[in-house]
Design a protein around this ligand. Structure first.
Ligand code: B4P
Length: 191
């Protein structure tokens, strides 16, 4: 079983790459961002709560996110493996994920980090905002807030996974195809 964490700044291409990887390796794709957006469009209580954070570029509180993630894994317990996209984003989430997986005799196989600079990412997200109407892609100020959240709360996870010998950096510049090839080269060495 392989369980991969896709890691990177907002707009680094985690969701884009997960779409290819999930079919190539038959993994179940869990995107906490997509799950929140699903709740928002269904106007659930969780959706209302998440929207109040996401629309400001803030992270949704840990416990809510952790519970939602566990539920997604539990309801897909027969999966061959998982791609965690956008989770974990804080040390508390990373520790909760390790504990949760170890209760199931599972573990993270590798964390693959898509590296790209903020100017390029800003351009991608502003462009997506115009097309998708996503509330968190609507202006540069909100996007900068998301980069700040990443730099303050998520970047620390490099050390967390490096200490476990599981952190792999991948160049996130280039075409979607080129980046998929870089990721698959790494994953192929693990299976
Ligand atoms: P997410 O939905 O995870 O989104 P993201 O970080 O913006 O994007 P991603 O890296 O997946 O980029 P994508 O492939 O879409 O998070 C949104 C929000 O949800 C967070 O800010 C937070 O509020 C909340 N949230 C989610 N998880 C949470 C957690 N664990 N804890 C707390 N809060 C949480 O690509 C971006 C754009 O670039 C797309 O338009 C794509 O087409 C384009 N693109 C991708 N690759 C490209 C390439 N190689 N070249 C050119 N364009 C490319």
């Amino acid at each position: 079983m392989i369980n991969i964490v896709l890691f990177g700044k907002p707009g680094a291409g985690k969701g884009t790459q997960a779409e290819f990887l999930k079919s190539k390796y038959q993994l179940f794709h869990v995107s906490t961002g997509d799950l929140f957006r699903h709740h928002i469009s269904n106007k659930t209580n969780l959706g209302q709560l998440a929207q109040s954070y996401m629309s400001n570029g803030d992270l949704v509180p840990d416990q809510v996110t952790i519970d939602m993630l566990k539920d997604a894994v539990d309801t897909n317990a027969d999966a061959k493996g998982f791609i965690f996209d956008g989770f974990p984003r804080t040390t508390k989430q990373a520790e909760a994920l390790d504990d949760f997986l170890s209760e199931k005799s599972m573990e993270i196989s590798a964390t693959l980090a898509l590296e790209a600079n903020e100017d390029v990412l800003m351009e991608r997200l502003v462009t997506r905002g115009k097309i998708s109407g996503r509330v968190d892609d609507q202006n540069e100020e909100k996007i900068r807030k998301r980069f700040e959240e990443y730099n303050n709360k998520t970047a620390l996870l490099r050390d967390f996974y490096t200490a476990q010998g599981k952190f792999h950096s991948v160049n996130g510049f280039g075409s979607v195809d080129e980046i998929t090839k870089r990721l698959t080269a790494l994953i192929d060495c693990m299976i």
